[in-house]
Design a protein. Structure first.
Length: 321
């Protein structure tokens, strides 16, 4: 005879499958999306991030509608990677035969894989890390001839809710030392450059490329824009030598907070009307109103890597709007 138990234990619920980040690589374009709705797109050509959207669907990066996405030239917009030289290379330097901004942004990278971290107490993975690699073995012979050093680069792009982290690891794999620049040439999307300001640069020395590359000291606590701007800042560090955040504001409200690690310099660039008019791969022509380049890097002096040594630097971009 069966007896009904009053305090029968409840059946053990079956574990629902946890929502996971979705990562898809098709035709050399990688798309990753978190359960929160945040997403990122990276082209293997240049390992260039071309889109970063937060959970509300808002695009955080500016990409020219005329950008070449077929590997024929560096992508105009997003986050092109600059290595091993920033700007036109000095004729007397080892990088002297390379194109402007080096070769990282117009080389095909390899996707090395993804990893995600499940936060304690969260029901879903709240971040995904995407790793890309480029080494001297991957370079075309003509590029190797211009810069014959053995190196390995690992570029990590980590997407989390409201944040994007970009980190570059450089290793000297040869028996000769080499010197390099590295920079994240980031085109942030803004609503109106006239109403956009940057703080965190006060008291920084800067090289002003619009004024014969002379050096000045920034006096403004909120840098505004009224014309073509092309400056390389070296902001002061905090008491513990850490880099202070650079903050972009729109209409007085914080829109981006930029934190740097081992990247002492910040280039601030907007080409304004005339410069953009002359750029064939920049569309629409009034797009200068809707972008601001904030480019953390190490470019005011050369970083020297001895044989076997490695260097790492990175940025965390936080969207506030």
């Amino acid at each position: 005879m069966s007896v009904d138990r009053k305090n029968k234990p409840a059946p053990i619920p079956s574990s629902p499958s946890l929502a996971q980040p979705i990562v898809d690589l098709t035709d050399n374009v990688l798309n990753a999306r978190l359960p929160s709705g945040d997403s990122v797109t990276v082209h293997l050509y240049g390992a260039t991030v071309t889109s970063w959207k937060t959970s509300n669907g808002k695009e955080q990066l500016f990409l020219s509608s005329a950008a070449a996405l077929d590997g024929s030239k560096p992508i105009r917009g997003g986050i092109p990677l600059v290595f091993p030289v920033f700007g036109p290379p000095p004729a007397t330097h080892a990088t002297g035969k390379l194109p402007q901004h080096g070769f990282a942004r117009n080389s095909f990278w390899e996707f090395l894989g993804k990893s995600s971290s499940e936060s304690l107490g969260r029901k879903a993975d709240d971040s995904v890390k995407l790793d890309f690699g480029l080494s001297s073995d991957f370079l075309a012979d003509e590029v190797k001839a211009k810069w014959p050093y053995a190196f390995g680069l690992v570029y990590s792009v980590t997407l989390s809710k409201g944040k994007l982290e970009t980190q570059l690891h450089v290793q000297n794999k040869g028996d000769q030392p080499f010197e390099f620049h590295a920079l994240f040439h980031t085109y942030l999307a803004v609503k109106d450059i006239h109403k956009t300001t940057v703080s965190g640069l006060e008291s920084a020395s800067y090289v002003d490329k619009m004024r014969s590359a002379q050096t000045f000291t920034e006096e403004s606590s909120n840098l505004g824009f009224t014309g073509e701007t092309d400056r390389v800042y070296t902001p002061p560090t905090g008491k513990d030598k850490s880099a202070l955040p650079v903050v972009v504001k729109e209409d007085g409200q914080e829109s981006f907070v930029v934190n740097r690690d081992a990247l002492p310099d910040v280039t601030v660039w907007n080409g304004w009307v005339d410069k953009i008019k002359g750029m064939g791969d920049f569309e629409p022509k009034d797009g200068w109103l809707r972008y601001l380049c904030i480019e953390p890097g190490t470019v005011n002096s050369w970083t020297k890597l001895e044989a076997g040594d490695a260097w790492q630097g990175g940025v965390t971009w936080e969207s506030k709007l």
